[in-house]
Write a protein that binds this ligand. Structure first.
Ligand code: DUC
Ligand code: ZN
Ligand code: ZN
Ligand code: ZN
Length: 473
């Protein structure tokens, strides 16, 4: 007999707006919106009832940019694997993540994905998950293999214009990959920073004896980001591919995205939670172990940039708010003796992203419907998961977040679910509290804790992104 449950009396929020409605869930899928009484309306008398009066019911968050169980600089692994990382995700109201898969030298993309899926499944995630395929300097054979990825559920690739000698692709590799991606209708994600220019600036800074953490930011100025956005945009237009700029941090980069869009480039863009909360002063004049908590790339920017990012989430050109969750333990791999270049880049944030997105509503930066759009619906569309994910409509997965706006939360490492031993947001008070989270109709988080017997996260076969942003089901 099908499993039924009713989420009763909440304010259901979608990208289309807010309506008071019950949500009927049958076998993990939304089966009806309206008014449902157990014992009536074909709902059995013993159906589970979740009381949502006074709360919002949101579609589960979709985080399009996380780094879990991921290796940096050859051997350093992120603090979170897919167990702790997805516990953190669902505790913060995110039920879907898209992480990264990368082939070893000599390995085919299909084999790399098969290995990745096996490894992730063995970690028994709490959230559903998909993968972007990372490409560095793909040879002709690898580029041919791209056309096989959509059938395996991977419809995006990721390339870096930063980190020369590690992750960086040159322009020839980027353009060739974009041409192949265009043929297979895939989305191309680009980390837009000019790696060679930054290398020169870093060399100059070190030669002048500047080793302190604020030089991490000073050697990656906004124009190194804006130039890379512009370059990727031109190559995207030459190839006819769809481009997605990850972690946009500066108003100079925003201006390049607007220019590219106006010129007809199919360009989408995200910013990440930390750029909305922290600024460049976090690295300045504080002890190294404090500054290290905020070292990420691109670096945190000025307060003016922050204001522009909030505005761009409301009215464009930003489409998505992601976390770029990439945690390193402060008393572990994050701090290394020596100059600023040794500090690992990356911050935790998968658990805080929805809270910061909601704080944007309370602070008047955008509407509740727009919050759902940037944190759930748009990333689901770009991932090729909409309307299964990122929507509350008949047929959608019952991934539901019950958020109580009458309460507030203090963000802290003492209560978070990440394995990171610190939180950059430590002590920050935000409006609202996530009371309960459902993944495909099953409660995975309730009253501050993840449910140990509900680790049913599954691999998501993503489709080609097709739903236009700004249109709902
Ligand atoms: N930037 C970060 O801050 N962390 C992960 C990788 C990146 O590009
Ligand atoms: Zn009630
Ligand atoms: Zn990046
Ligand atoms: Zn990243």
């Amino acid at each position: 007999r099908p499993r039924r449950c009713i989420v009763r009396g909440g304010e259901v929020v979608t990208a289309a707006g807010v309506v008071r409605s019950d949500v009927l869930v049958v076998d993990g899928v939304v089966a009806g919106l309206g008014s449902f009484e157990p014992g009536h309306d074909e709902v059995p008398a013993d159906a589970e009832v979740i009381d949502a009066h006074g709360s919002y019911v949101l579609p589960g968050g979709v985080d399009f940019h996380t780094h879990l169980d991921s290796v940096f600089r050859g051997s350093i692994r992120t603090a979170d694997d897919f167990a702790s990382g997805t516990a953190a995700a669902v505790a913060g109201g995110t039920t879907t993540i898209v992480d990264f898969c990368r082939a070893e030298a000599g390995q085919s993309l299909a084999d790399a994905l098969a290995d990745w899926r096996e490894r992730v499944a063995a970690q028994r995630p709490w959230a559903d998950y998909g993968a972007h395929m990372v490409l560095v300097q793909p040879d002709a054979e690898t580029l041919e293999q791209l056309s096989g990825l959509p059938d395996l559920g991977v419809t995006s690739v990721k390339m870096y214009l930063a980190y020369p000698g590690q992750m960086m692709s040159d322009d020839e590799a980027l353009l060739r990959a974009m041409q192949s991606a265009a043929e297979s209708d895939m989305l191309v994600l680009v980390h837009a920073e000019n790696g060679h220019a930054i290398k020169v600036l870093v060399g100059d800074a070190l030669a002048a004896g500047h080793t302190e953490p604020d030089w991490h930011g000073k050697t990656r100025p906004p124009m190194t980001e804006a130039e890379a956005v512009m370059r990727a945009s031109v190559l995207a237009r030459l190839s006819g591919t769809r481009l997605y700029i990850v972690h946009v941090s500066s108003s100079e980069a925003l201006a390049e995205i607007e220019r590219a869009r106006a010129a007809g480039t199919q360009i989408f863009a995200e910013t990440c939670s930390h750029y909305l909360v922290f600024d460049e002063s976090m690295l300045e004049g504080v002890p190294r172990e404090i500054a290290a908590r905020f070292v990420c790339s691109p670096p945190t920017r000025s307060l003016e940039d922050q204001t522009e990012l909030w505005g761009a989430l409301d009215s464009g050109p930003l489409d998505v708010l992601s976390s770029d969750h990439c945690p390193f333990a402060l008393h572990g791999e994050k701090i290394v003796e020596g100059d600023f270049t040794h500090i690992l880049n990356g911050l935790p944030g998968v658990e805080q992203r929805m809270a910061i997105a909601y704080q944007g509503v309370v602070d008047g930066h955008y509407t509740l419907a727009r919050m759902v759009e940037i944190a759930s619906s748009n990333p689901a569309k770009l991932a090729g998961l909409y309307p299964r994910k990122g929507e509350i409509a008949v047929g959608s997965d019952a991934d539901l977040v019950i958020l109580d706006p009458r309460q507030s939360s203090i963000l802290s490492a003492s209560t978070h679910h990440s394995a990171a031993d610190y939180l950059p947001y430590e002590g920050m008070e935000v409006s609202g509290r996530v009371r309960q989270v459902l993944l495909r109709g099953e409660t995975v988080f309730f009253d501050g804790a993840v449910l140990q017997n509900q680790r049913a996260g599954a691999y998501l076969h993503r489709s080609t992104p097709s739903h236009p942003l700004g249109e709902t089901k």
